[in-house]
Design a binder for this molecule. Structure first.
Ligand code: HEM
Ligand SMILES: *[C@@H]1O[C@H](CO)[C@@H](O)[C@H](O)[C@H]1NC(C)=O
Ligand SMILES: *[C@@H]1O[C@H](CO)[C@@H](O)[C@H](O)[C@H]1NC(C)=O
Length: 314
């Protein structure tokens, strides 16, 4: 007779605690929390029905987790002024914590102490992408949660919207991601909104911008500061599609960092390809998300399974 699933589960977790560098696997919770993906999907469906943008916000939150110490849930920690939440690219900008809390509570109710906040965030990013019309993929799992966050690393590693192409390539290279993967991942800007302060330099000063697009954006965005929101993709902000790349061809990238991908440099050819071949973009995006999700995860006995995603276990 086969051993009951929960025994497999306990045995597997115990054995893995000896593995220093375990790989993430798509079946990690099959024995210990088989309903995990269904719980996250239900939570994301509810959240997106309530506010469509939240799918974009969680995709970005995962990116900002992975680029700082790896995909370890560090971005979720409240660290009283010294957390990643207070770093310049995140302050008053990253969002989605309430959805993570609600989903974590649903998961804890069924599988207490088993699933990391880092893994929940990884699945919400996939579900947010998919539920807004993007590709899907099986999410490798088995990350554990960090016991520390780093505001300084967040400030150093997260790309600013003013970055030029060489800066972007350098910041992604530091994470083991190629220029082509950077170009595919930037396609996430096909969904979501941005604050005026992140693009007023571009719409008031840049020359490589469609004048009608700049004039449109200036209507709701003064020349400095301001948190008024505008869609990053001027065509279809609520749909995950390849319009982002068509915008770049028309000089309608919202951030300087967006237009840097199509401004006479090394990524021009790939931007053209993605604009003409949405299926290629979808498949490259999914592959690059899996690779980004593999940035320095904590596995084995490293880190912990946080009970509350906001704080380290006591
Ligand atoms: C390539 C360098 C990147 C830069 C410079 C950048 C910068 C930004 C900025 C400045 C915003 C607006 C934030 C605000 O106004 O509050 C934003 C939004 C967003 N970013 Fe990026 N980003 C980059 C790459 C990525 C990647 C790799 C992803 C995901 C794979 C991503 C996903 C998003 C999403 C979905 C939003 C909208 C969020 C929302 O509506 O809440 N970005 N990004
Ligand atoms: C975050 O933004 C708020 C509101 O603009 C500001 O008061 C605070 O000083 C900022 N925090 C940091 C660490 O920059
Ligand atoms: C890109 O930006 C960096 C940092 O602002 C700067 O040092 C570098 O000279 C710029 N590179 C190009 C090619 O403009």
């Amino acid at each position: 007779m086969a051993a009951p699933a929960f025994l497999h589960c306990l045995l597997a977790i115990w054995l893995l605690s000896f593995a220093a560098h375990a790989q993430l696997t798509t079946d990690f919770y099959d024995d210990c929390c088989p309903s995990l993906e269904a719980i996250v999907r239900a939570g994301m469906n509810k959240a997106i029905r309530n506010e469509r943008r939240i799918g974009a916000s969680l995709l970005r939150l995962f990116f900002h987790d992975c680029f700082v110490q790896g995909c370890d849930g560090s971005v979720l920690l409240d660290a009283g002024g010294d957390g990643e939440k207070e770093a310049v690219p995140n302050n008053m900008s990253i969002r989605g914590f309430g959805v993570i809390d609600a989903i974590k509570a649903s998961v804890e109710a069924v599988c207490p102490g088993v699933v990391s906040c880092a893994d929940i965030l990884a699945i919400t990013a996939r579900d947010g992408t998919f539920l807004l019309g993007g590709p899907t993929w099986r999410v490798p799992l088995g990350r554990r949660d960090s016991t520390k966050a780093s505001k300084d690393l967040a400030d150093m590693n997260l790309p600013p919207p003013t970055a030029n192409l060489s800066t972007l390539i350098g910041l992604f290279d530091r994470q083991g991601l190629s220029p082509a993967e950077m170009t595919a991942l930037s396609g996430a800007h096909t969904i979501g909104l941005a604050q005026c302060l992140n693009f007023n330099g571009r719409i008031y000063k840049d020359a490589n911008i469609d004048p009608a697009f700049a004039a449109l954006r200036r209507q709701t965005c003064p020349s400095s500061g301001n948190d008024n929101l505008a869609p990053i993709d001027v065509q279809t902000p609520g749909a995950f599609d390849a319009a982002y790349y068509r915008n770049l061809l028309a000089k309608r990238g919202l951030f300087q960092s967006d237009q840097a991908l199509f401004n006479g440099g090394s990524e021009d050819a790939l931007v053209r390809q993605y604009s003409a071949n949405p299926a290629l973009f979808r498949s490259d995006f999914a592959k690059a998300m899996i690779k980004m999700g593999n940035i320095h995860p904590l596995t084995g006995s490293a880190g912990e399974i946080r009970k509350n995603c906001h704080v380290v276990n006591s």
